[in-house]
Design a protein around this ligand. Structure first.
Ligand code: KG4
Ligand code: ZN
Length: 348
């Protein structure tokens, strides 16, 4: 007999609830422990080296690596926190969005733990988790705010009205920002993941190539597109190659990054004006990019607002952000799952 759902009801007032969170949506297997809205342990086993030789994430390889690493990261998080499974109040897990096979490893591990320990199981939306990563760095930050989430799989603007109230305002209609960084890096022969590499190479170059004929403003639906920018870079590179000219890799990186940052900044500014808030949050893997942080910081300053970003370690995939999102669910009595929980790869 499983009593997790009943037990969750009794935890809504436990402000220092201890949550063991699991994340396996893409190429990081991670476990973390949170106590209230504080992160007390975070273990990440990255598969980046494994996927690098293929130039990107291979889903089947990712799932297999997750099965090998899942219990290891849970043990490591418990060790870091100096706790045992007996001390845990609830289990949290990312159930979407992400690669189906990868998500299923985390979901199965979390369900097994919840069943064996008879604990509540909290399901977490990965993108909302990214936003909650900011509380790990700014625990006093309170909604409402606008959140810009830029990751490898998503680029979305959110109206965050409360700790458990997330409304999508707009976003990309094609490639995600991180995906565009990764694809351009691959085109230039740079290693996966492309984002950090483009940032590093761009610092050595000049943003002197204009990939846009004119500034691309987000439309009235706050939709933006990264595929046009990616195609502009592809055409530029092919053109030089056809002429047998050497590629100015550092300048291409600097110029691409400048345009990618501008696209998102213009959309963020437009969305932010409509809300009239005084706080903006930047989250997701691409939020680790210093150029993007700086650009949104300047935009916020211009509008009399403040930008909040998670520490860089909380930007790319981790389980601490999943534990933080789950904490607010537990307090609100929402997203409590039963043992039939399934993964949802296209969850928004
Ligand atoms: O959030 P994340 O770890 O995974 C997903 O949920 O997708 O984001 C990974 C993405 C990759 O596309 C990676 O290239 C990008 O974030 N990224 C960056 C930087 N660090 C990671 N993009 C630009 N600049 C960076 N410094
Ligand atoms: Zn992510």
């Amino acid at each position: 007999m499983y009593n997790g759902i009943e037990k969750a009801k009794a935890l809504t007032t436990k402000k220092d609830a201890i949550i063991l969170a699991i994340e396996s949506s893409c190429d990081e297997t991670a476990a973390a422990i949170t106590c209230g809205n504080k992160v007390i342990a975070s273990a990440i086993d990255s598969q980046i080296e494994m996927h690098r030789k293929f130039g990107g994430v291979v889903p089947e390889v990712a799932s297999r690596e997750h099965t090998l690493a899942a219990t290891r990261v849970v043990d490591e998080a418990l060790k870091q926190a100096n706790l045992s499974l007996k001390d845990i109040d609830a289990i949290a897990v990312t159930y979407g969005a992400g690669l189906l096979g990868s998500l299923l490893v985390g979901v199965s591990t979390a369900k097994a733990l919840a069943y064996a320990l008879d604990l509540p199981l909290i399901k977490v939306n990965h993108i909302e988790g990214h936003i909650c990563g900011v509380y790990g760095t700014h625990p006093k930050l309170k909604p409402p705010f606008m959140a810009v989430v830029a990751s490898g799989g998503h680029t979305l603007l959110y109206n965050v009205k409360g700790y458990t109230d997330y409304r999508i305002m707009g976003g990309t209609t094609d490639d995600a920002a991180g995906e565009a960084f990764d694809k351009v890096a691959r085109l230039l022969g740079l290693p996966y993941p492309g984002g950090p590499e483009i940032e590093r190479r761009g610092e050595l170059g000049e943003a002197n190539i204009n990939f846009f004929k004119k500034e691309r403003h987000a439309d009235k639906d706050l939709k933006l597109s990264y595929s046009g920018l990616k195609t502009a870079v592809v055409n530029y590179v092919h053109n030089l190659k056809q002429k047998g000219e050497e590629l100015p890799i550092n300048d291409i990186c600097a110029s691409f990054q400048k345009s990618a940052v501008m696209l998102l900044t213009l959309a963020a500014e437009e969305g932010f004006k409509r809300l009239g808030y005084d706080k903006m949050v930047l989250a997701g893997g691409v939020a680790a990019n210093s150029g993007l942080r700086k650009s949104l910081e300047e935009t916020c300053k211009k509008m009399g607002a403040t930008l909040y970003c998670p520490d860089k370690t909380l930007c790319t995939d981790n389980a601490a952000m999943i534990g933080l999102r789950a904490y607010y669910s537990l307090m609100a009595g929402e997203n409590v799952a039963d043992l039939s929980l399934n993964a949802d790869s296209g969850l928004l």
